[in-house]
Design a protein around this ligand. Structure first.
Ligand SMILES: NC(=O)C1=CN([C@@H]2O[C@H](COP(=O)(O)OP(=O)(O)OC[C@H]3O[C@@H](n4cnc5c(N)ncnc54)[C@H](OP(=O)(O)O)[C@@H]3O)[C@@H](O)[C@H]2O)C=CC1
Ligand SMILES: CC[C@](O)(C(C)=O)C(=O)O
Ligand SMILES: [Mg+2]
Ligand SMILES: [Mg+2]
Length: 330
């Protein structure tokens, strides 16, 4: 069994005499900054001039400054700008302003693991990677709960990196749910695999394929949307609360029989083989190389997929139906 760390195992106090710079104020950035502030940590946000989030940071009651100033003023620097921009910002704005004994932190191992960022030897480097989207990291913290996280130490110059990373995890609420130790390699490879094959790529293609099949057969788009997308959340909530057992306990025996008979016709041996191929492309660096190159040429493939997805009929019907459910914030 992996060793799990909870509130009782960590000393948040070790962060209290330090200043934390959160670079970026997007999905993870706003959540880390606000959770840390609410946990009593001194936080400053670093952004580029002209950032659309600059005023939002001030509205949220935090101080904001340039990346260079934030790095100079702080002891712990958390990189929460997009993975593909981190190398440049690190080389040009972070590295020249680091002091001996500072801490460089990440929420995902991509740039360290794929050798994009080479940190100086006289600092600590750790990762605290929440296993959930940033907006949920913030939402559940406010509810007194937490999103679990992984932590890893890459460089331990001060001999305090592990204690500090656990304190950071506590500050964002992760130790309320459980935190476990990993390596940059394990986090990077499993995170990329999970988001591509299961959580994002896998789920959206499954939903679209189900929706398209029903609509093509002449069923109403609204029925197809409720069946394949809306109800997905309700089913996943049961999986989240009580695993396969609770979900199968709640559904009808008819659904459970269909689940056993048909699930493996959808996720079959070919799908499992393809998952292995996908994992291999992550492990051997092919995915990272392609994604870095795609960004170097201004994302033609990424942008074209993003636009095409917006034209899928599920988008329009979803907007219409969600508008009628006042408790859903679109
Ligand atoms: N999204 C998630 O839930 C998760 C993300 N992660 C990791 O967290 C990190 C951040 O990702 P994510 O939160 O999705 O990022 P977002 O794209 O949501 O936010 C990026 C932020 O960085 C700012 N930014 C962009 N360029 C610069 C720059 N040159 N200098 C300073 N700030 C800049 C953006 O500014 P502006 O506001 O002006 O756009 C924005 O505030 C990544 O390493 C990612 O892999 C890990 C776990 C989950
Ligand atoms: C599942 C996508 C994710 O890995 C995450 C929210 O955990 C990401 O990179 O955004
Ligand atoms: Mg990820
Ligand atoms: Mg993830």
């Amino acid at each position: 069994m992996a060793k799990m760390y909870y509130e009782k195992d960590v000393n948040l106090g070790i962060l209290k005499d330090k200043k934390v710079a959160i670079l970026g104020y997007g999905s993870q950035g706003h959540a880390h900054a606000l959770n840390l502030k609410d946990s009593g940590i001194d936080v400053v946000v670093g952004l580029y001039e002209g950032s659309k989030s600059w005023d939002k940071v001030i509205e949220d009651g935090l101080s904001v400054m340039s990346v260079e100033d934030a790095v100079r003023e702080s002891d712990v620097i958390m990189m929460l700008i997009p993975d593909t921009k981190q190398k440049r910002v690190f080389d040009e704005k972070v590295k020249p302003n680091l002091k001996e004994g500072d801490v460089l932190a990440f929420a995902h191992g991509f740039n360290i693991h794929f050798n994009q960022i080479i940190p100086p030897k006289n600092i600590d480097v750790f990762m605290v990677a929440p296993k959930g989207p940033g907006h949920l990291v913030r939402r559940v913290y406010k509810e007194g709960k937490g999103v679990p996280a992984l932590f890893a130490v890459y460089q331990d110059y001060t001999s305090k990196a592990k204690e500090l990373s656990l304190a950071y995890a506590s500050g964002i609420g992760a130790t309320r749910a459980g935190v476990l130790e990993t390596t940059f390699k394990e986090e990077t490879e499993t995170d990329l695999f999970g988001e591509q094959a299961v959580l994002c790529g896998g789920v959206t293609e499954l939903i679209k394929a189900g929706f398209d099949t029903l609509v093509k057969a002449g069923y109403q788009k609204e029925v197809a949307y409720f069946e394949c997308l809306h109800e997905m959340k309700l089913i996943v909530d049961l999986l989240y609360e009580g695993g396969f057992e609770k979900m199968r306990d709640s559904i009808s025996d008819t659904a459970e029989y269909g689940d056993y008979m048909v699930g493996r016709r959808i996720i079959n041996e070919d799908t499992r083989k393809e998952m292995e191929n996908i994992l291999e492309e992550i492990q051997n660096g092919k995915f990272a190389k392609d994604w870095i190159m795609e960004n170097e040429i201004n994302r033609p493939v990424f942008n074209s997929f993003r636009n095409n997805e917006l034209n899928h009929p599920i988008v329009e019907v979803g907007k219409k139906l969600r508008k009628m459910m006042s408790w859903i914030n679109d």
